[in-house]
Design a protein around this ligand. Structure first.
Ligand code: NAD
Ligand code: UDP
Length: 320
């Protein structure tokens, strides 16, 4: 750990993508631990309101910066989350998404190497592509299309994992690779486009719930507080190989739609839209490695987490 400029010996954290959904929850945790935090974000999908509670706090700084450009900072830990995560956002400018994953990770690894910071990559279950096996454990190599509309994100994260692993091998950098499975909770944007926020917003606005395909594709959903706990535990281990973090409770999208409809307005109708290209038919994390190595497993089940998320959307966010 490089403590040269750290007069008060507080850990100096850089959170890239810190104004986004997950990044802002991570920042809350770090700030509550009285650590120093630099939030670096280009505000593509992030929002200042997610971090406004910390503006003017002496331990907190925000930098508007795009990770595709290098930057020089003095930090001890880099939590590299910058990248749009919702398919509709990362597909808006797919070339930029590839650049964010590749150049962004390359630049942040270069920074980590210079200042000898520990580095955590927010990778994704999307590295498994449209998986042929279910659940997916870390040893599964994936079934990924290199030329489809999701490839900018999936392949971007795969090269990001490769870069981390090579910085470990060549420069002995302390790296962590977190394969995040679908996560939800307060601070998702109303226009985020991911399934839980979409269904909640549609139901609260009295609209039909939009199901892609026949709704029989499966996902597993992790509540944000559990996810951040897993991220934190991972950073503080010595595990330099990928780790799945997610909630293994598995549902069809149709079951999810029924659950949300019943909690908000049981008389709402469903509409069935075409299935997007390369939309994975199944996804479920095997979390045995996280349980064993991190002593981590999720605590909040889907019913509980959805109720907390609905309450938050009701009181906060519909106009965002
Ligand atoms: P998000 O879109 O809410 O947050 C991403 C943040 O990164 C935003 O604040 C955005 O403005 C910022 N950003 C994007 N491109 C940038 C760039 N070039 N330079 C600087 N900042 C940039 O998404 P999220 O759900 O908080 O996801 C955070 C990370 O976790 C992402 O890397 C994502 O791939 C990964 N992840 C999330 C999930 C999930 O379910 N939420 C699942 C798998 C992986
Ligand atoms: N989905 C849906 N309706 C929506 C948004 C998403 O049926 O309004 C489906 C989507 O096609 C996918 C699943 O829900 O099968 C999860 O989508 P999301 O975008 O949340 O995440 P993904 O796991 O696909 O990255």
């Amino acid at each position: 750990m490089n403590l040269k400029f750290n007069k008060k010996n507080k850990t100096r954290n850089l959170v890239t993508g810190g104004a986004g959904f997950l990044g802002s929850h991570l920042i809350d945790k770090l700030m509550k631990l009285n650590e120093k935090v630099i939030c670096l974000d280009n505000f593509f999908t992030g929002d200042k309101s997610n971090i406004s509670q910390w503006i003017n706090h002496p331990n907190f700084e925000v930098i508007r910066h795009d990770v595709t450009e290098p930057i020089q900072l003095e930090v001890d830990k880099i939590w590299h989350l910058a990248c749009p995560a919702s398919p509709i956002h990362y597909q808006l400018n797919p070339i930029k998404t590839s650049k964010t994953s590749f150049l962004g990770t390359y630049n942040m690894l270069g920074l980590a190497r210079r200042v000898k910071a520990d580095f955590l990559l927010a990778s994704t279950s999307e590295v498994y592509g449209d998986p042929e096996i279910n659940p997916q454990s870390e040893s599964y190599k994936g079934s990924v299309n290199t030329t489809g509309i999701r490839s900018c994100y999936d392949e971007g994260k795969r090269i990001a994992e490769t870069l981390c692993s090579d910085y470990k091998r060549m420069h002995n950098l302390n790296i962590r690779i977190m394969r995040i499975f679908n996560t939800y909770g307060p601070r998702m944007r109303a226009d985020d486009g991911r399934v839980i926020s979409n269904f909640i917003v549609q139901a609260l606005e009295g609209n039909k719930i939009s199901i892609n395909g026949d709704g029989l594709q499966t996902r597993s959903f992790c509540y944000v507080d559990d996810l951040i706990e897993g991220m934190f535990k991972l950073m503080y281990t010595n595990l330099d190989t990928p780790v799945n973090i997610g909630n293994p409770e598995n549902y069809t999208i149709l079951e999810l739609a029924k659950k949300i409809r019943n909690l908000i307005n049981p008389s709402l109708e469903f509409k069935f839209d075409p299935m997007p290209q390369d939309d994975p038919l199944q996804r479920q994390p095997n979390i045995e490695k996280a349980k064993k190595e991190l002593n981590w497993e999720p605590k909040i089940n889907l019913d509980e987490g959805i109720k907390l998320t609905i309450d938050w959307f009701k009181s906060n966010n519909l106009q965002k």
